[in-house]
Design a protein around this ligand. Structure first.
Ligand code: FES
Length: 558
């Protein structure tokens, strides 16, 4: 079958289509060459994707060097941190599916043969990868890179420190002057958040999936190596077009398993669970929460990266980046080396020929035989409060069991205020509901609240349970993604003040400790709440969103 661009632009009856290419500078020799899109998530509205437009030129040069043509098309960015704790956060996860839709519309609408997707902030990455899987035309993912860390004395800073200082100020543990100083130094360059929060997690996962070039996740946004990776990604795309390597050849079950292994080994963000489920859905691969549980149990946690560990992404970069982690996992027999990558070579072939720096790295990345923790950082919890599953990130807590009294809030409003007024006490389980995929809508992240709990010195004796999400930067005993969500009548909707809740990572239980008969009666009496939005994007998403246990994908109703 001819390439899409040949069908659209070659031949006498395509003269009208060609006329528009000529209008933007195409000449006879250009017609019929591989035609690539550079789908760039670019925005000046925050640091994460502030610079990504500058990478487009290098991708285009790489495409051209391999005999193709490339045109840039934009997609959107919603900066998570700027929306955090506000109505703006409801647009975050929603933007993931919107990004996938806009990439699909432009690549299909203009008959591109494939595309390089340039992402940065959290949702741009899975959004672009979902589009790659959905369209299934050759594609390469390119990350824009993270910010360099800031410094406060000799302490490295990330945005997480600003949130925790805000929580500390509320409790009188941090002065206003200290907070201002931390604010001014926390994020000193453009690029995504510096720790292994969601953006860096998804960039690492893109390497593990084989859709991004090895080593491309860890260089800082300010690094000159970003231009090199952009150029090489352009070349790799034309190669993939010529060889007919498609995203669904890459996003196989084995590759998704590799991604889950890397996620656990690095102690990455739990948001990756939603996003990998969504990428699997778009790829037509059956992936479930059980897969995350199973892989987590056999994967050692080996990389000390914030928020669970000590270091930031640029530290990992200096010692070898994600390929260092993956090489260790491959040698330990924990990765499927036969998975195909976008270069046309297998993951094992790529890793075995990758030149790692000869440098001391044991302080950041341990051997799988001598890990930080013997199993991965992600636990799937179930039973009475979450029959379809919930997510606990053990790597960021160290605590594995918590029993306390429920303090329910219908929405995140009011929690910060309750915290400030001392209304949340040791032994409480803060339950934040009606913040799921449909209820939120869009599962807003609770970083402002979770960081405030930690910053107020309550991280070890207050837990949180929500049908929303927590951020990749979250620490503490936090259970998210509780499914089914409150908005569809899940058990979390009927929790009452003072109910006892048990969170047990060892047994995988999230239990509402009330008699079964009482729970059934409450569920029978449940009355749905009216939706928060009845028009616009949020209402559209809410009407289509699947459960968090299925990736919260906006699934078409057919
Ligand atoms: Fe964009 Fe953290 S807010 S990466």
């Amino acid at each position: 079958m001819a390439r899409p661009s040949v069908e659209r632009y070659v031949g006498v009856y395509n003269a009208s289509h060609r006329a528009f290419l000529r209008a933007i500078g195409f000449v006879d020799d250009d017609i019929g060459k591989p035609l690539a899109a550079v789908v760039v998530a670019w925005s000046e509205a925050g640091p994460c994707n502030f610079h990504t437009l500058g990478l487009v030129r290098y991708v285009k040069e790489g495409v051209k060097a391999r005999g193709g043509n490339a045109l840039a098309v934009p997609t959107i960015v919603v900066n998570d941190n700027i929306g955090m704790g506000t109505e703006g956060m409801r647009y975050s996860l929603v933007s993931r599916d919107l990004i996938a839709d806009t990439a699909e519309a432009q690549v299909m609408g203009h008959a591109f043969d494939g595309f390089v997707g340039i992402g940065g902030c959290d949702k741009t990455e899975p959004g672009l990868m979902m589009a790659m899987a959905r369209i299934n035309r050759p594609a390469v993912y390119l990350y824009g890179g993270s910010a360099e860390p800031g410094f406060y004395g000799d302490k490295k800073l990330t945005i997480e420190d600003v949130y925790e200082a805000m929580g500390g100020l509320a409790k009188g543990l941090v002065t206003e002057q200290e907070l201002v100083t931390i604010e001014k130094h926390a994020h000193p360059t453009y690029g995504t958040c510096a720790g292994l929060f969601t953006a860096n997690t998804m960039a690492s996962i893109a390497e593990a999936l084989g859709i991004a070039l090895l080593g491309s996740a860890s260089p800082a946004a300010t690094s000159a190596r970003r231009a090199m990776y952009a150029y090489e990604s352009g070349k790799a795309l034309v190669n993939a077009i010529e060889q007919g390597i498609r995203p669904r050849d890459i996003f196989t079950y084995e590759a998704l398993e590799n991604a889950i292994t890397v996620l656990n080994a690095m102690g990455g963000s739990t948001n990756a669970i939603l996003h990998l489920l969504a990428i699997a859905y778009e790829s037509g691969v059956k992936l479930t929460l059980e897969d995350f549980e199973r892989v987590s149990k056999k994967t050692p946690y080996i990389a000390s990266l914030r928020p669970a560990g000590e270091y930031v992404m640029t530290d990992l970069d200096q010692v070898g980046g994600v390929p260092l982690v993956m090489s260790k996992l491959l040698k330990a027999g924990l990765l499927n080396g036969d998975a195909l990558t976008v270069t046309g070579r297998t993951l094992a072939e790529e890793l075995n020929s990758y030149k790692l720096p000869d440098i001391r790295h044991e302080h950041i990345v341990k051997e799988p035989s001598n890990p930080i923790e013997p199993t991965g950082g992600i636990k799937i919890l179930r039973v009475t409060l979450a029959p379809e599953g919930a997510v606990l990130k053990v790597a960021a807590t160290g605590i594995t069991r918590f029993e306390g009294s429920a303090k329910p809030f219908d929405g995140e409003e009011g929690v910060f205020e309750a915290l400030e007024k001392g209304g949340i006490e040791p032994g409480d389980v803060v339950v934040i509901r009606y913040e799921g995929p449909r209820g939120g809508p869009g599962m807003p992240e609770m970083l402002r609240i979770t960081a405030a709990i930690v910053g107020a010195g309550l991280g070890e004796n207050v837990a949180m349970v929500t049908d929303g999400r927590f951020s990749g930067a979250t620490r503490g005993m936090m259970v998210g993604h509780v499914s089914p969500e409150a908005a569809v009548g899940g058990p979390i909707a009927v929790v009452e003040e003072g109910d006892k809740i048990l969170i047990d990572a060892e047994t995988g239980k999230l239990e509402l400790l009330i008699p079964e008969q009482e729970l059934q009666q409450r569920l029978k009496d449940y009355k749905p709440k009216p939706p928060r939005y009845t028009t616009g994007l949020l209402a559209k998403y809410a009407s289509l969103a699947a459960s968090a246990s299925e990736g919260a994908v906006a699934k078409p109703r057919l």
